[in-house]
Design a protein around this ligand. Structure first.
Ligand SMILES: Cc1ncc(C[n+]2csc(CCOP(=O)(O)OP(=O)(O)O)c2C)c(N)n1
Ligand SMILES: [Mg+2]
Length: 283
């Protein structure tokens, strides 16, 4: 299958629109880290991953684990637009009785492959999933997104050593290198130095791309898939709040309870995306 840029761009815009609408409807949430992974999610679910929305537990599917589970709203919007559940469900985000808790739960949401939210643990689970497929001689891919701040957790690096030792070449890890964590710049808290080089030293095939470029992300995955004896790390050069300039510039953009100025800017971004996509997509 070739890469259909226009199709993936539209998919990306719909995901970003639904992410903003569900979070705005809730009144607070993890805007910054949900928005910075949308390009990667659009490429994965729009073009790359073998999934069946009608049969989410299909054994031959590719797996996706959002290790930075607080980006759940971005994943939920992706799954809804992809047809795993009705888009209206997005408006129950994080409310009593919902199937969409603030952080992903594999027992509640169709299409969610792993329960995550405690940083550092999702990547360990992803390595286990990839190992089980390798031991069973199955060719499913396991994709996992970790945060740059999340990589402060030593557990992540234990998992990476293990993945390289076992040559888990069907494990593709994305680092959402948005340069910020909960309360500051990653470089001021624990400077990660050069992720690309670090992953190389840990035995990965490692490549850095512009995390806004759908084409670059797709090509990196293709290169990763060509590896036969190494796990793959794709470093996404992203911006926290990506795709909404006002939120990108807002210093404190990890978890937002929008004030009046924020509300105005978020509603303007929603209107802009709705105009771009045409009224047909708005709920
Ligand atoms: C083990 C653990 N410690 C702390 C938290 C609280 N927490 C949630 S998000 C976050 C910051 C994560 O930063 P990063 O991985 O860079 O995420 P992003 O920038 O993508 O939002 C923290 C500390 C957590 N979820 N799990
Ligand atoms: Mg970050």
């Amino acid at each position: 299958m070739g890469f259909d840029l226009q199709k993936v761009e539209t998919f990306r815009d719909k995901i970003r629109l639904k992410t903003l609408k569900e979070l705005y409807h809730l009144g607070f949430g993890h805007y910054g880290g949900s928005l910075s992974i949308i390009e990667a999610l659009a490429v994965l679910y729009g073009e790359v991953m073998k999934v069946d929305p009608k049969n989410p537990k299909w054994e031959d599917r590719d797996y996706f684990i959002l290790s930075k589970g607080h980006g759940g709203p971005g994943l939920y919007a992706t799954l809804a637009v992809r047809g795993f559940f009705p888009e209206e469900v997005l408006y129950t985000l994080n409310q009593n009785g919902t199937t969409l808790p603030s952080h992903p739960d594999r027992n509640l949401t169709p299409g969610v492959d792993m329960t995550t939210g405690s940083l550092g643990q999702g990547i360990s689970a992803a390595v286990g999933v990839a190992l089980s497929h390798k031991l069973s001689a199955k060719d499913n891919y396991t994709f996992c997104i970790v945060g740059d701040g999340e990589l402060n957790e030593g557990q992540c690096w234990e998992a990476f050593q293990f993945a390289a030792h076992h040559k888990l070449n069907h494990l593709i890890v994305f680092v959402d290198d948005n340069k910020k964590q909960l309360d500051g710049l990653t470089k001021d808290i624990i400077d990660p130095l050069d992720f690309e080089e670090k992953f190389k030293a840990f035995g990965f095939y490692s490549i850095k791309v512009d995390g806004r470029s759908l084409e670059q992300i797709y090509k990196a995955i293709e290169k990763g898939k060509a590896q036969t004896n190494q796990p793959v790390a794709i470093i996404l050069d992203t911006t926290k709040g990506q795709g909404v300039p006002y939120l990108e510039e807002k210093a404190d953009n990890h978890h937002i309870r929008p004030n009046e100025a924020d509300q105005e800017a978020i509603l303007a971004a929603i209107a802009e995306l709705e105009n771009k996509l045409g009224k047909a997509v708005s709920l």
